[in-house]
Design a protein around this ligand. Structure first.
Ligand code: KIV
Length: 261
């Protein structure tokens, strides 16, 4: 087993797991000091490209961003989302997962869903692909408004079964997105593998957020997203200063040495 995955597994019931998204090298270099997992999420579709759905993200976009991310990741486990339509059946899933891993050197891929994709995950695992699961709100198949999962006993039963099936199929961890507090707690307690929550309460084994949301670069109104900084303000101040320096002919002193590497 990949030593980084072993490390993630060993944190269950001991210390919280930190997971953040990254789409570029510069971000990964900063995150890597503090994260256990860096996720190249297909959220890049909405965050970077203003798509109204992650369904518009394709495999080449994921590969190019992941190649950039890879350059900044040293110690964290790097996980890449398999985008919509790339794991319709086990043959395509394996072909695409291998392609992602070959070009990006990712440690694992993440797939959305429960029992419907168990045969696909089984096939990936048989072929030694490390897989992270994702339950709750599934942006790739979401129809209509996003709402919390696990409010009815039917949903609770299905989600718990899905989590158990995913664990049995060999995923090393599961993202729980917007799952009601009690159910997130129950799933976390019942599983041996760690759960990583997003909007699913503090009871999960770890937490994930979209980095652009948490630093206030991406303007979002999602309720559970806490913005820890308004980085837009700092960027704006730097741009404003540059603009005023240029106007004052103040950017480069005549004797400034510009180093070309
Ligand atoms: O695409 C993504 O960034 C994700 C996280 C929000 C879990 O799947």
């Amino acid at each position: 087993m990949n030593s980084k995955i072993k490390k993630i597994l060993s944190k269950k019931n001991k210390t919280k797991i930190i997971c953040l998204t990254s789409y570029t090298k510069n971000f990964s270099e900063i995150l890597d000091k503090y994260t256990d997992i860096i996720l190249v999420g297909d959220s890049l579709g909405s965050v970077l490209y203003s798509f109204n759905s992650t369904k518009k993200v394709n495999i080449n976009m994921m590969i190019e961003h992941s190649k950039s991310v890879r350059q900044g990741v040293k110690k964290s486990l790097m996980v890449v989302d398999m985008p919509y339509n790339t794991y319709k059946n086990k043959i395509e899933a394996l072909k695409n997962a291998k392609k992602i891993i070959k070009y990006t050197k990712a440690d694992a891929v993440k797939l959305e869903g429960g029992k419907k994709i168990i045969n696909i995950i089984d096939h990936l695992r048989k072929n030694k692909i490390n897989v992270m699961g994702h339950l709750g709100i599934l942006p790739q198949s979401q129809k209509g408004k996003f709402r919390y999962k696990g409010k009815t006993s039917f949903e609770r039963k299905n989600l718990l079964t899905d989590a158990q099936l995913l664990q049995k199929s060999g995923v090393f961890s599961i993202v729980l997105e917007c799952i009601a507090t009690k159910l997130a707690k129950k799933i976390t307690q019942e599983l041996k593998i760690p759960t990583i929550g997003i909007g699913s309460s503090v009871n999960c084994d770890g937490q994930v957020l979209v980095t652009d949301d948490l630093i206030g670069l991406n303007l979002t109104k999602i309720k559970f997203v806490k913005s820890f900084k308004n980085i837009r303000k700092h960027i704006e101040l730097a741009i404003k200063k540059f603009s005023s320096d240029v106007k004052k002919k103040n950017t480069l002193q005549e004797n400034t040495v510009i180093k070309f590497i």
